[in-house]
Design a protein around this ligand. Structure first.
Ligand code: NAP
Length: 304
């Protein structure tokens, strides 16, 4: 019997490729027979626009490897009756760990100091500038969802000053609620972006929010690059109106503005929030579970 066809339109982990290939006829989107596929596997970074969906007339399921589905045209998927699944929860801890790593690395100038030692400058040149104290600092979480909440829990031992902003107040939360992103930035030293991406959060962190964060404030972004006005961010950093930034995500990945590369007070990561062996395995398993459920006629484990 022919194995069901599954199309991939992005590079996948070896666990996902092997797992899918063991069960299905896995082919790239460029394959001539792709248009008969009912299932498309993609990543949070790649996604599927209307044209990608319409190239697959039989498409019934888009299984996203990642929690963010801002690169999937959800309205188009809905209009065509295509289900979309993602991989929530299994990556929450890793992304929250990355946010805390960026808080510490940026505040304590870890990357800059590492480069200083490697370059043989220790003992020859003045030491790097002093960092900023993390213990007792005021933290603002933009987007107290699964990942934002996990970041807040990790920061509790550092400081009692944790506030958040999202469109809705989180029922029962002990953290102070700020009505706007700007109001949150005004009352914190570290603003940590953990919202979902897409149109709803496009440039939510704009020049006004960065001004409210101020010349000693530090911006951390592990959400999506589109949520921060990158030109305003670069301008604030270059002109000393922002203290520093720790960034895992960018507006036009993998392109990073040259002006950011030249700055000592930023720590840059190539979108590595969920990049551990354990989590990438778990994400692959969850994608496969969704595809298996679709072909088995069962309820999808993690629909969007
Ligand atoms: P989630 O539980 O859905 O949380 C999203 C949060 O964003 C919620 O608190 C939501 O609250 C808030 N939000 C949405 N739109 C908003 C708006 N316009 N203004 C203010 N707040 C808004 O999702 P999650 O699992 O925590 O994941 C969050 C995001 O992290 C993902 O969507 C993805 O883009 C990103 N991510 C990045 C990596 C990485 O490698 N760096 C890995 C995984 C995920 P309200 O609905 O109340 O506004």
């Amino acid at each position: 019997m022919n194995r069901p066809l599954v199309i991939a339109n992005a590079p996948l982990s070896s666990w996902l490729t092997d797992g899918l290939s063991a069960r299905y006829d896995l082919r790239p989107a460029s394959d001539p027979g792709a248009n008969e596929a009912q299932v498309l596997v993609t990543t949070g970074i790649h996604g599927a626009d209307a044209a990608a969906m319409d190239a697959l007339p039989a498409l019934k399921l888009i299984a996203v490897h990642g929690v963010g589905y801002d690169k999937v045209d959800m309205a188009h998927a809905r209009s065509r009756g295509i289900s979309v699944t993602n991989t929530p929860d299994v990556l929450t801890d890793d992304v929250a760990d990355m946010a805390v790593a960026l808080v510490l690395a940026t505040a304590r100038r870890i990357a800059e100091s590492d480069a200083y030692v490697r370059a043989g400058r220790w003992g020859r040149d003045p030491l790097p500038p002093l960092g900023r104290k993390v213990t007792g600092a005021r933290f603002g979480i933009l987007g107290l969802g699964r990942i934002g909440s996990a970041i807040a829990r990790r920061l509790e031992p550092f400081s009692p000053h944790i506030a958040y902003h999202s469109r809705n107040r989180v029922e029962g939360s002990a953290y102070a609620y700020a009505e706007t992103a700007e109001a949150l930035a005004e009352q914190c030293d570290f603003l940590i972006v953990a919202t979902s991406g897409g149109q709803g959060t496009q440039h939510l962190v704009d020049a006004a929010v960065l001004a409210a964060l101020g010349p000693e404030g530090i911006l951390i972004n592990i959400g999506r690059g589109s949520t921060v006005d990158e030109a305003a961010l670069v301008d604030a950093l270059v002109n000393g109106r922002l203290g520093g930034a720790g960034l895992d995500v960018f507006d036009d990945e993998p392109r990073v503005p040259d002006s950011l590369l030249a700055l000592d007070n930023v720590v840059l990561q190539p979108h590595q929030g969920s990049a551990t062996v354990e989590t990438r395995r778990a994400m692959a398993d969850l994608v496969i579970a969704n595809v298996d459920a679709f072909f088995g006629g069962k309820e999808l484990p993690t629909p969007v």
